[in-house]
Ligand binder design. Sequence first.
Ligand code: ZN
Length: 394
Amino acid sequence: MLNRWGLTNRVAVLSRQIDGLQGRLHEPMSVAPAQGSRLQDTKDRLASLCARLKNMVDTLAAELSDQSPAENQWEQWADLSWQFRGLAADCLALEQSVTVRRDPGAALLCTAADKLAEGFSGAVGKPRSHYVLISEAEHFGVDASAIHLAYGRLEIWNLNRVAHEFGHLWGQECANGPGGSQKSFVEYLTKASRVENAINGKVTAPSPSPAWNEAQAKEFFADVLATFLMGPAYALACLTLDLSPADDRQSDSHPSGHERACCILMALLRLAPNYCSYYQDDMEKLHQELADFWSATRVAAGKPVTLNHQAELEYAVGIAVSHLLQEIPAAQHKCLEAAYTVRNELARNHERLPGGAQGLDVLNGAWIRRWEGGPAAPSPIGRAAFAMLEDWCK
Ligand SMILES: [Zn+2]
């Protein structure tokens, strides 16, 4: 009796709840035909995760006897419930996304985000479709392998976040094995003493605790990879919009805003020499301007411009960049030619996508134009760039 109200009952309820999710996934959702196959791929991924979870729950149910459950069976149930929670969050985001994406403006931005992510996937040699989900905040859903964008920030100047979330996706799925670039980057940063030794070439006392934990190191990695994939637009968006120069506080999962800005600047500088020769000077100049800008905003915010553990972070960023250049050289953003054409068209208030320009060129061109023009009046640039993205998405 006790057990029927104990674990057996809970497992049965969980099983029914998974049925509920599966049922909703199989309901038809009306979407624009162009989005249909992308949506279907995501639904299929979620449905197979549901089926797998259902299987595990049923296995556990079959193993339960009328006697008291073993302690590890409670743990199994807790673990399965936790997985269910993540899956349900992705399913809810899917339903929300279908609704939000009915709005033409949101639909265009989301389609542009899908195409950007698909471009990144192709460039790293893992071509696949993407259907970005809309949630409260940007994140990457590991189980469903889905990029979530923030409901409140669906605008062209925030599309840099697609690159960051893709950085998490690639880091987790392709670079987290032994010797993988994310793995080695995280290992260096979370074992700071080893890095110090490597830098100084001498043995020092091990530091009591490293400056960053694994989750924080993965954030740095996603920023490095996003800078690698996207180029200056990523750095410009992060340093002028996303990150606060007054932020010196780490959370459990994220480095401080200042730490992330420094990391992005380091990556930008490391990558400059790998640009096509014609653009290397421009990249170095842009890096210097952004670094000066960041220092000035730090001073204005009453904060020091220095960074604690700068040497470790620089060393780790260097390792990550050289790994990436070896592993996925074709994915590096390294030419500004088409972005400059976009910038010139925007300067003339033209809205037509220049021949040969892609979505990334539009974002880089728009950001470079905005940076050169100063913070005032971003909206005409944004509107024209939006029209170019629309051309690109056709
Ligand atoms: Zn992140």
